[in-house]
Write a protein that binds this ligand. Structure first.
Ligand SMILES: C[S@@+](CC[C@H](N)C(=O)[O-])C[C@H]1O[C@@H](n2cnc3c(N)ncnc32)[C@H](O)[C@@H]1O
Length: 342
């Protein structure tokens, strides 16, 4: 376990509101290169995720032929599958360093007969037989943000039997309008300090003026900052047809006087239909994405309406979401536009 991952966990467990600027990468390939030991350790140290995946894997994979996408540095999910009695599991990893670590571990564990690992993006890999079940955790803070829809669609076409099962089963990303985050000066200093030590590891941001509009990643985002009921931004049921380009319109009704500052995005990951992980309500490794729209928040009254138009394109290696927010107050309406790219 790396010290940095322990530091992050320490602050997360103490309800510290962590805030960090998000800096976009050019594609999922570039994003996959950012994975390194601190991030993997923080992910593997997520007890909620581990417990949920273990439970579902133990219920589903016995005697099955499975395929995983994105195994990381330590064969985390394939090892659980082997414990649970999988007949064989194929896996892929794009990140060369992580692939090498997993390959070495596979040898040490003498599991070559049970687990076969390929290096490369799953889209470029061929495996030698059709599988009964897909297991993966390439789920982004916005579900499809890390190329999950593209990869799962491709796996359906080339790796899976027609009646294959999916772990996870469903991923819903929710969006909600929020009031501004108020961080005390002490908390801002701790955040600056954390951002400094994590600068080259967890994220690449270095513009730490937290009052500036922009896209931020957060842990422990306060639920009381939500100013309307969250709604579905995207809803992906893996066994169903996965839509890659779409648009939708949402309306958020404001029920009491509120300050409107932007939106958050978080996931409900259904590992099976009974087992959900909630990245807003639970302390998991998934970050809550916070889009701050205004330097000074808008004052809204009861009866005001925020209309949101979402255009989503996850058909390429650079997922894109265009979000237009229209704030309707009395007779007036103003449009605010924001595009987020991985
Ligand atoms: C969130 S980590 C999960 C690692 C591990 N499976 C676990 O559950 O702890 C995602 C990993 O998948 C890899 N990855 C993402 N998309 C991939 C794809 N389409 N093909 C191969 N590797 C991918 C990334 O490089 C990263 O190592």
């Amino acid at each position: 376990m790396t010290v940095l991952s322990d530091i992050l966990k320490f602050f997360q467990n103490r309800n510290f509101v962590f805030l960090s600027p998000h800096e976009k990468t050019n594609s999922i390939h570039e994003y996959n290169q950012l994975y390194e030991n601190t991030i993997y350790d923080f992910i593997e140290n997520d007890a909620i995720r581990k417990q949920a995946y273990r439970k579902v894997i133990f219920n589903k994979v016995k005697d099955k032929i499975a395929v995983e996408i994105g195994t990381g540095k330590s064969l985390f999910l394939p090892k659980i599958c082997v414990e649970a009695g999988v007949q064989k599991i194929y896996t892929t990893e794009e990140n060369e360093k992580s692939f090498a670590q997993s390959k070495k571990l596979l040898k040490e564990l003498k599991l070559e007969k049970k687990i076969k690992i390929y290096q490369g993006l799953s889209l470029d890999v061929e495996i030698e037989e059709r599988c009964d079940i897909l297991v993966h955790e390439i789920v982004g803070a916005i579900g499809s943000w890390e190329g999950m829809v593209l990869a799962v669609n491709d796996a359906k076409r080339r790796f899976l039997k027609s009646d294959a099962q999916f772990i996870p089963y469903q991923c819903i990303t929710k969006i909600a309008p929020v009031s501004p985050l108020k961080l005390s000066p002490e908390k801002q200093i701790v955040n600056l300090f954390l951002n400094l030590i994590l600068k080259n590891v967890i994220n690449r941001g270095n513009d730490w003026n937290f009052s500036k509009p922009g896209t931020y990643v957060t842990y422990n985002f306060p639920v009381h900052n939500l100013i309307a009921e969250p709604q579905e931004f995207e809803n992906i049921v893996f066994a169903e047809d996965l839509v890659m380009i779409d648009e939708k319109n949402l309306e958020f009704f404001i029920q009491k006087p509120s300050l409107f500052d932007g939106f958050i995005f978080y996931i409900n990951l259904w590992v099976d239909p009974e087992t959900v992980i909630d990245s807003l309500g639970q302390k998991t490794n998934w970050r809550v994405i916070y889009i701050k729209l205004f330097e000074k928040p808008l004052k809204l009254k009861a009866g005001d309406l925020i209309k949101v138009k979402i255009e989503r394109d996850v058909s390429t290696a650079q997922p894109k979401y265009e979000i237009d927010a229209t704030v309707c107050q009395n007779e007036s309406a103003r449009v605010y536009k924001k595009q987020i790219i991985i």
